[in-house]
Every structure is written in structure tokens, then in C-alpha cells.
Design a protein around this ligand. Structure first.
Ligand code: FES
Ligand code: FES
Length: 152
């Protein structure tokens, strides 16, 4: 099936099985490899993207379910006001260790700051609870989100 996807403000045409997860289309069909494959089962958050501004698991979202809704991946995040502040804060706090989980972490943080510009600690923990980090960088992530919020 042919689908036309709106990703980071650009149109991408793909011809894929309707059940193909968006994650596969991003990485294997469109070479947008910033979004990572972790568990493939919706439990780690490595594949988090924004669909219509909400954090969604690309590994569980069939391409056919995306429709006209805008998709944002980590490749497009820096072009947004909140994304630029998050990326600067991430660098300042040296948030990543291996870095593998951090595209997903950034996308969840962006969705949080979009709906709640000044989140408290509980709101940050709740919003980020679905994004796992095997390197244990949680404290630095929390600090980076607070820093970005202060700069917003
Ligand atoms: S790869 Fe999608 S949640 Fe883990
Ligand atoms: S920084 Fe290594 S998994 Fe999170």
C-alpha cells in the first residue's frame, strides 16, 4: 500500500505493508535512523516520536494508522522552540551516557513541555516513566528537563 507521511514538515511517500510499524518505515524505508529500536513491544520508549504533538511508540503504531497527522522525530526536534531548548539543556547537563535511549527521552520530554511548560518533579517522573535507560541517566534527564523549562 502507498502512504504519504508528513514527517518533520516534509512529505514522504512509502509503499509498504499496511501493518508495518512506523518505526520500520522511518528507519528502513526513509533512513531516519535517529528513532531507535529497543524492545519492539512498547515497553522501553526508545522509539518514541510525536504524532500530532503526543508521544507515541513508533514500534506499535502501524503506518496505516498515522494518516495525515504530523509526525515529528528527533531529526526535526531541534527546529522547534522547545526542542532547541531541550537539546541545549541536554548538552549542558551531559545527559546521555551511551545515548541509545535519548532520542526517545527527548521526544517524551518535548511532549511534556508542550503541554506543561513548568512541570514539577512528579509530573516529570510521570511523563518520563515509560522511557527506560539502561545506563541510569535518569537524574541528568530530570535536571535537563528542569533546565529547559526554566529557559522556556
Ligand atoms: S522499541 Fe518501541 S517501546 Fe521499545
Ligand atoms: S544513555 Fe544508555 S541507555 Fe540511556
Amino acid at each position: 500500500m502507498k502512504y504519504s507521511l508528513n514527517i518533520n514538515g516534509d512529505r514522504y511517500d512509502v509503499d509498504v505493508d499496511s501493518n508495518m510499524p512506523l518505526l520500520w518505515a522511518l528507519r528502513d524505508e526513509l533512513n531516519l535512523t535517529g528513532t531507535k529500536y529497543g524492545c519492539g513491544q512498547g515497553t522501553c520508549g526508545a522509539c518514541t516520536v510525536l504524532i500530532d504533538g503526543s508521544a507515541r511508540r513508533a514500534c506499535l503504531t502501524p503506518v496505516a494508522a498515522v494518516g495525515e497527522r504530523p509526525v515529528m522525530t528527533v531529526e526535526g526536534l531541534g527546529a522547534t522552540r522547545i526542542g532547541a531548548k531541550l537539546k541545549a539543556a541536554w548538552a549542558r547537563e551531559m545527559a546521555p551516557q551511551c545515548g541509545y535511549c535519548h532520542a526517545g527521552q527527548l521526544m517524551s520530554a518535548a511532549a511534556l513541555l508542550e503541554r506543561m511548560p513548568e512541570p514539577d518533579a512528579d509530573a516529570i517522573d510521570a511523563a518520563m516513566s515509560g522511557n527506560l535507560c539502561r545506563c541510569g541517566t535518569y537524574d541528568r534527564i530530570r535536571r535537563a528537563i528542569k533546565r529547559a523549562a526554566r529557559a522556556a
